[in-house]
Design a protein around this ligand. Structure first.
Ligand code: ACO
Length: 327
């Protein structure tokens, strides 16, 4: 059996910071409420004209700078996003063009906040069958373009950004297990819902009235905690280890209280979770890969360590992977 792992990581966060103090001026909220209820202190906001493809390309270039596989040798590109620049062409094709990755096939994946792990596992399967030897997996979102900035229930939570990983064959370690699950019964809990669904040849839709995120935060919280705790336990079981063997857990960064509850429920010391939600808020699919990149840079993950990645998102969708770190 071939060993398949992450061989390089990269990220890109827009420069502009929006602090809790800035949001206090927009809606009826306080730094104290946001900090204690979510753990978020600030988030990044894409600049005017800075599109999701730009974020994705910048993160991809950062990963390739550190990668043993060069752009011209990349054989597949997957971009996890829910905020593509437009319905088509895909973000993956725009990345492929910009990188000059002419040997790659390319397409996008939508699994909202679980998108990076859904895309990584998809890429891994192509490598495992021998169809390709490597892949570039990116998660990028300008999530704040979907936000109603008058809704304090949602506007405090999200930010923009991108992360990327190069997958390839590895000598040591690699991805030890994969777990993905969906529960469409929970789909009504969060979504981007237009006031009116646009029909074919529909001339009556007010295109100026944009759809935005509608979310039942409390119910999502109740699903996210068992969903992530179970996902990490199942992935550990599939890898033939227990959660006590995990050096580090990198979770989706939606809410610090969700992470604390997942840690308790899964029986893992919270100290072993890598958390950067204070700096970026929830950046959708990019959260977990940006956090992974920073955990490796901070020395929290070293060669030979067994780690877990675990995510949860609207849909509902959850996923977890156990990885033995390869470099
Ligand atoms: N500032 C001040 N008060 C607020 C704010 C705010 N920004 N937002 C809500 N409140 C108020 C509410 O109006 C409510 O007031 P009331 O008691 O007078 O009615 C009170 O605070 C409590 O509201 P709750 O919704 O019960 O607050 P909760 O503790 O549940 O926290 C939160 C809300 C942060 C949204 C939490 O439920 C959560 O994180 N849920 C999960 C959300 C999530 O993970 N979403 C993404 C998943 S999928 C993906 O990542 C794409």
């Amino acid at each position: 059996m071939k060993k398949i792992g992450i061989v390089a990581l990269g990220r890109y966060l827009p420069e502009k910071k929006l602090t809790n103090a800035d949001i206090e001026k927009i809606v009826d909220t306080t730094d104290e409420w946001i900090t204690t209820r979510t753990g978020i202190k600030e988030r990044r906001i894409a600049a005017d004209g800075e599109l999701t493809s730009h974020l994705a390309i910048a993160a991809a270039k950062d990963a390739l700078r550190n990668s043993p596989v060069k752009a011209e040798d990349i054989e597949a590109i997957f971009v996890a996003t829910v905020t593509p620049d437009s319905a088509f062409p895909s973000m993956a094709c725009l990345v492929q063009k910009e990188l000059g990755a002419t040997k790659a096939f390319a397409y996008d994946i939508n699994a909202v906040c679980s998108g990076f792990l859904y895309a990584m596992t998809t890429a891994k399967q192509f490598i495992a069958t021998g169809m390709i030897k490597n892949a570039l997996v990116i998660a990028a979102d300008r999530f704040t373009t979907l936000i109603d900035w008058k809704d304090r229930n949602t506007c405090v939570l999200f930010g923009d950004g991108a992360g990327a990983a190069v997958l390839g064959l590895v000598e040591h370690g690699g991805i030890l297990s994969d777990f993905m699950i969906a529960n469409g019964q929970g789909a009504p809990l969060m979504g981007v819902v237009p006031d009116k669904i646009r029909g074919p040849y529909d001339t009556t839709v007010d295109t100026a009235k944009l759809p935005y995120v509608v979310m039942n935060g409390q119910e999502l919280f109740k699903h996210a905690v068992p969903g992530m705790a179970e996902a990490v336990n199942i992935a550990a079981q599939k890898a033939g280890i227990t959660v006590h063997d995990l050096k580090c857990v990198v979770p989706h960064q939606a809410n610090d209280r969700i992470i604390a509850s997942v840690a308790k429920r899964a029986g893992i010391d919270k100290e072993r979770f890598f958390i950067n939600i204070d700096k970026y808020g929830n950046i959708s699919a990019a959260s977990v890969v940006v956090a992974l990149c920073e955990a490796v840079e901070a020395g929290r993950i070293k060669k030979g360590d067994k780690i877990a990645l675990v995510v949860f998102g609207a849909g509902l969708v959850a996923a977890a992977n156990i990885i033995e770190w390869s470099y």
